[in-house]
Write a protein that binds this ligand. Structure first.
Ligand code: C2E
Ligand code: MG
Ligand code: MG
Length: 256
């Protein structure tokens, strides 16, 4: 009962709307306070506890999102993104876990995005590839997290039914520096375009990155400029208020 999920809005850069949220795990530790995943995910993977934890994350994220979408009642719905660990990907119960989370919450499969880091995909086997195709088959979308930072080959983009590339923060940071990093970001966006994948830039902190990404044709952005990850209570405040305030820019509305 000490885990909880923070939710970070994902913004459509062209239409200036919140299109979805990413669920990010937190552990409210009895003596150490709130811990970020970097402080416990590796241990959870080693011990195998990531499986029950991951199952809980799926159910909780789907249930909350379905609740919020119902509360909005305007026929518009957020998508929710859940991070998967390599252990979950290897687990034969993943498909059933995802189906259970969707069935219990009533969330449409198309509103669930599962994120897998590029590094996790390095461990791919025939059965994980098959599993991803099965997930895709029930209508869930798949994203590659931290794209461009893993030690993997681009050939997996042909094997996996991927929908979204998440451009790692390192490249978004590059937009503030020289032309070399800028070139890499542009290349990833172009790659996404050619493969008809959506692109999401992570770690957008400055207005300059926002405008550059929009000019380059990046579809979505996520980062402190728009919003920090929000506790459920703060998500509810956002839902009531109906917009995100951005310093020096027009407010971002929830999908109108
Ligand atoms: P990620 O999925 O790439 O998530 C993005 C991380 O960047 C989050 O860190 C988020 O708080 C942070 N972030 C967002 N915007 C900005 C920004 O503008 N600037 C900076 N500097 N950081 C930003 P967080 O929440 O600590 O999560 C770290 C990683 O832990 C995640 O990276 C993800 O790989 C993993 N993770 C989180 N939740 C789960 C989970 O439920 N299951 C699993 N297996 N992994 C999780
Ligand atoms: Mg992620
Ligand atoms: Mg990432």
């Amino acid at each position: 009962g000490s885990f909880w999920l923070a939710y970070q809005p994902i913004i459509a850069l062209e239409s200036h709307e919140v299109l979805g949220i990413e669920a990010l795990l937190r552990w409210n530790h009895p003596t150490r306070g709130n811990l970020a995943p970097a402080q416990f995910i590796d241990l959870a993977e080693e011990t195998g506890l990531i499986l029950p934890i991951g199952r809980w994350v799926l159910r909780e994220a789907c249930a909350r999102t379905a609740e919020w979408n119902a509360q909005r009642g305007d026929g518009r719905a957020f998508s929710v993104t859940v991070n998967l660990s390599v252990r979950q990907l290897e687990s034969s119960s993943l498909l059933a876990d995802v189906q259970a989370a969707l069935a219990e919450s009533g969330l449409l499969p198309s509103l669930l995005v599962l994120e897998i880091t590029e590094n996790a995909l390095m461990h791919r086997t025939e059965s994980t590839v098959e599993r991803l195709h099965e997930l895709k088959g029930i209508g869930v979308r798949l994203a590659i997290d931290d794209f461009g930072t893993g030690y993997s080959s681009l050939s997996y983009l042909q094997q996996f039914p991927v929908d979204i590339l998440k451009i790692d923060r390192a490249f978004t940071d590059g937009l503030m520096r020289g032309t070399h990093d800028d070139a890499l970001t542009r290349t990833i966006i172009a790659l996404g375009d050619l493969l008809t994948l959506r692109t999401i830039a992570e770690g957008v902190e400055h207005a300059r990155q926002h405008s550059r990404l929009r000019d380059l044709g990046c579809d979505y952005g996520q980062g402190y400029l728009f919003s920090r990850p929000l506790a459920p209570r703060d998500m509810e405040v956002l839902l009531t208020r109906g917009f995100l305030e951005i310093p020096g820019e027009a407010p971002i509305v929830l999908r109108a």
